[in-house]
Design a protein around this ligand. Structure first.
Ligand code: GAL
Length: 401
């Protein structure tokens, strides 16, 4: 009887006082995830080499921190129910891998699923949440991506809260990344549960289009950009809309990769590279490590951008930044090159959500092109430019003092 009372009290206390670990993602998390390029074909050599290159390529200095192994690292559960890695792919064990990643000054992430099996059919966490969380803490995990396959009748908020509580009880601060593809409006309840939540099904290596896979569809960059209007009000420091891991370097054109990266920065999305870092081109590296573009994503106010204007296939997206600065992105969604002439003084940009106004006829702003890293004048003169198909221009405006 005493034992039972103790057990009930323990469960009550862990769930009553459980919460997410606060303050782990005050700016959108940055890192690398194995899925987009390697799929199920992951092993410890790839992960170690990726950690090495994260440092030598300058990505770590640019702000990338997390190395996340996605699906397929799992082996069987042992006879007590504890999860073990696949012994062939991860013969040294996960703890040794985490130690290696930490020795490089990086952080380590892993993947599981709220259902009884992951999407690729490995053991899921359903019914094992507390045991799995204990293992992750013991291994030194810093980030958990938690998927939604094989969940049948589970309630999404409840299932993600169970894992949140289990992580909290295990005691190691772990960023909690919810991946239920936006099916259950996670932006409405995710803030207290995790640090980021996916808003879409999987991304594809397509700029504009989609790819059918029988029972599901993967989406192009523009399709994800357009998918959920109005959810920017749910994002902010420590709770982000996740536009999915990036496909930069995985086969789109240079313009498309640049536009994809810029848009993810404008949307304050987590920036998880999804390419093979070991074989990345100089161009890909330059996109992923442009510190001025990354600064737009990592701005401490954490405001997700919005579409200010659309004219045919040209769109203008804006993102308020600290110190009354503003990022402005001109996006050419069309197939033809576009010439633009934009007279700032004809415009008045207003963001009702964060109560900010940019009146160009009253305030003069310095204009900086963040891809070429040059100041190009002020808002006193029109911005004249040519934008290639599926490309962007990204400007930062700073009030002239
Ligand atoms: C999907 C998820 C992908 C990847 C994959 C692994 O559900 O959206 O990002 O994690 O499962 O099987």
């Amino acid at each position: 009887m005493k034992k039972l009372t103790f057990f009930i009290l323990l469960i009550l206390s862990t769930s009553l006082y459980a919460q997410k670990f606060e303050g782990l993602a005050l700016t959108p998390p940055m890192g690398w995830n194995s899925w987009n390029y390697f799929g199920c074909d992951v092993d410890e050599a790839i992960i170690r080499q990726t950690a090495d290159i994260m440092v030598t390529s300058g990505m770590k200095d640019a702000g990338y921190q997390y190395i996340v192994i996605d699906d397929c690292w799992h082996g069987e559960r042992d006879n007590l129910g504890f999860i073990q890695p696949d012994p062939e792919r991860f013969p040294s064990g996960i703890k040794a891998l985490a130690d290696y990643i930490h020795s490089k000054g990086l952080k380590f992430g892993i993947y599981s699923d709220a259902g009884w099996k992951t999407c690729a059919g490995r053991p899921g966490s359903r019914g094992y949440e507390y045991q799995d969380a204990m293992k992750y803490a013991e291994w030194g995990v810093d980030y958990l991506k938690y998927d939604w396959c094989n969940t049948e009748d589970l309630n999404a908020k409840g299932a993600f809260m169970t894992m949140r509580n289990a992580l909290y009880a295990a005691g190691r601060p772990i960023v909690f990344s919810l991946c239920e593809w936006g099916n259950n409006n996670p932006w409405e309840w995710g803030k207290d549960v995790g640090h980021l939540w996916r808003i879409s099904g999987d991304i594809a290596v397509i700029f504009d289009g989609e790819e059918g896979h029988g029972t599901w569809t993967s989406w192009g960059v523009l399709q994800i950009l357009d998918m959920r209007e109005g959810i920017r009000i749910y994002a902010g420091p420590d709770h982000w809309n996740d536009f999915d891991m990036m496909e930069v370097g995985n086969g789109m054109t240079l313009s498309e990769d640049r536009a994809h990266f810029t848009l993810w920065c404008m949307m304050a999305s987590p920036l998880m590279a999804g390419n093979d870092l070991r074989n990345m081109s100089q161009e890909t590296r330059e996109i992923l490590t442009n510190n001025e573009v990354i600064a737009v994503n990592q701005d401490p106010l954490g405001i997700q951008g919005f579409k200010y204007l659309k004219k045919d296939e040209l769109e203008i997206w804006v993102k308020p930044l600290k110190e009354d600065e503003l990022a402005v992105c001109f996006l050419n969604r069309g197939m033809a090159t576009k010439k633009i002439e934009f007279n700032w003084e004809d415009h008045f940009i207003k963001d009702d959500f964060v109560h900010k106004e940019y009146k160009f006829d009253q305030t003069e702003y310095q204009v900086r092109d963040l891809w070429i890293k040059k100041n190009i004048g002020t808002t006193k003169k029109s911005y004249v430019s040519t934008i290639a198909s599926h490309d962007v221009k990204l400007l930062k405006l700073s009030p002239v003092k």
